[in-house]
Design a protein around this ligand. Structure first.
Ligand code: NG6
Ligand code: CA
Length: 515
């Protein structure tokens, strides 16, 4: 394999590496050939949800186009089977299970990334990039003890490397149902302050539990606290009426914010981290998409997500910056069908298979929990094709650092490895091994053909998830090549492999200690 700088220097228009060694020269003004980065992370989207990954019942032309022009990964994984830890791993380059408070964050959680942490956004910023976080956040805001949504919310994403934020604090099924822009709730009337609680009812707004007759989307599990726009949420809130979002408009709003950011920074290098609320529950498509998929609202919001991707692609094209923009698209964890609302997602599947042939789903240690769609498009540099190498999202950080020739200090992004050649399709070497985490932190490790799931006393299915979590008091071993659907636990037949992989997992666990 040739050295990457050599290869890049051969690519017309990609001359920036010749100047990369000369760090002093840059940092403040645009370096014409340094790529912009758009990182678009969808929510709960399955590897079987896109037509470029084989879906036939739903069509995603924009994503298919992105994949066709880029590198489509077939063996890429999120670190975790839920959103908060998965995003934490991406932005910090650290396995989230090394830090305690990285479980699914409530809407009033503190910012769970330590402001002292050098995040991937910090790295881009240090390299002179304009940086933004737009859309779903779900990594908490404010200090320990609960976010105060009135006045300036601090710390916010601007304290961990983002110049601009326009974010949904947690998930769309969690209060508060408002956007936060640079530490302030957008549209908040100070005379109508927001109160949020995850312990008890606050204020007098109706709840799903008390007033089920007011609900237009009924819960199937949980989701019976404060009703906002006819949808009962997780958590209670009151106040902030003028700031409440309309669920139908969320995709339009965050897409517009993302487009504005790109347009405003077309003459600088930028890093845009965008999280869509699609396709998380409650699935509320804009009327333009409602009923269009024939698969119910879950299918409709896949179309909406595809539209969002198309809008970003068009914006890059119209500014003539698509060629030198790395556009990464992925999901944060695997798909789920019924995730707590009676939206008929299961009844209307019509043969659609969000999990493909993989076992489990969101929350699970099995493959459908963390195996994700992952696409990298960079027309100036990446040859379109398929990437079959084993790849983990935790490696995006160190790979980007390598691309920018940005030295990472000791302790920064401790679990992130430089896999730039895989990322760009210049090689197809598997990561040595990858570690993943399910809902209740049971770890599994993949190496070569094998996957080992550590024994766990946790329940095999949590009633509210309806998903097999993959917990088992006995060790589990699957051969992912012969048995990608993980039907047969062959741990008893291969004690040597179990021993090797459990030892390797212990080694990874002990390889880094946060001090
Ligand atoms: C669960 C919610 C689910 C979803 C999930 C987080 C219930 C019954 N289920 O607790 O609806 O919000 O948390 O999803 O409340 S994630 O994709 O953001 O991790
Ligand atoms: Ca998610």
């Amino acid at each position: 394999m040739k050295q990457l700088p050599y290869i890049l220097s051969l690519v017309p228009g990609v001359a920036f590496l010749s100047s990369c060694g000369n760090a002093a020269q840059q940092k403040t003004e645009k370096q014409p050939n340094k790529p912009n980065v758009v990182y678009l992370i969808a929510d709960d989207l399955g590897i079987g949800d896109l037509s470029c990954y084989g879906a036939t019942k739903v069509h995603t032309p924009n994503l298919d186009c992105l994949a066709g022009q880029g590198l489509q990964f077939t063996n890429a994984y999120a670190t975790s089977a839920t959103s908060t830890p998965s995003r934490f791993g991406l932005l910090t380059g650290m396995y989230p299970w090394r830090q305690e408070n990285t479980g699914i964050a409530p809407g009033n959680s503190e910012l769970i990334i330590d402001t002292a942490c050098v995040t991937m956004a910090d790295m881009f910023k240090e390299e002179g990039y304009a940086t933004a976080a737009i859309g779903k956040w779900h990594l908490g805001l404010g200090p320990k003890g609960g976010t105060n949504f009135n006045g300036k919310i601090k710390p916010n994403t601007q304290d961990i490397g983002f110049d601009y934020e326009y974010i949904i604090p947690a998930t769309v099924d969690r209060v508060p149902c408002v956007f936060v822009e640079n530490g302030h709730v957008d549209g908040l009337d100070p005379k109508d302050p927001i109160t949020v609680s995850y312990d008890h009812k606050v204020g007098d707004w109706p709840t799903g539990a008390e007033n089920p007759e007011l609900v237009k989307l009924k819960p199937s599990q949980g989701h019976n606290n404060t009703i906002i726009n006819g949808i009962p949420r997780i958590g209670w809130m009151t106040g902030g009426k003028s700031a409440l979002w309309n669920d139908e408009d969320i995709a339009d709003i965050i897409t517009q914010k993302a487009k504005d950011f790109i347009v405003n920074h077309k003459d600088t290098n930028f890093f845009l981290y965008m999280g869509t609320q699609d396709v998380h529950v409650p699935r509320v498509p804009h009327p333009r998409f409602a009923g269009k998929s024939g698969l119910g609202t879950r299918g409709d919001v896949i179309l909406q997500l595809d539209w969002t991707v198309g809008e970003i692609m068009k914006t890059l094209d119209s500014l003539k910056i698509a060629d030198n923009t790395i556009f990464v698209f992925c999901s944060d964890n695997g798909p789920v069908i019924d995730d707590g609302y009676q939206d008929q997602a299961a009844e209307l599947l019509n043969g659609h298979t969000p999990m493909k042939h993989y076992r489990g789903g969101k929350y699970s240690s099995y493959e459908a929990g963390t195996r994700i769609p992952f696409i990298v498009r960079w027309p100036a540099m990446v040859k379109p094709g398929k990437q079959q190498a084993l790849f983990s999202m935790v490696d995006v950080y160190a790979s980007m650092a390598e691309l920018l020739k940005h030295p990472l200090q000791k302790g920064v992004a401790p679990d992130s490895q430089n896999e730039l050649e895989t990322f760009l399709g210049l090689g197809n070497k598997d990561r040595d091994c990858i570690v993943q985490q399910n809902l209740n932190n049971t770890l599994s490790i993949i190496k070569g053909d094998w996957k080992y799931i550590e024994p766990s006393g946790m329940p095999a299915i949590e009633r509210w998830t309806k998903t097999e979590l993959g917990n088992n008091p006995k060790p589990q071993l699957y051969n992912l090549i012969n048995d990608p659907s993980e039907k047969e636990n062959v741990a008893a037949q291969h004690p040597d492999i179990v021993k090797g992989l459990s030892g390797l997992l212990e080694q990874v666990k002990n390889s880094y200690k946060k001090d």
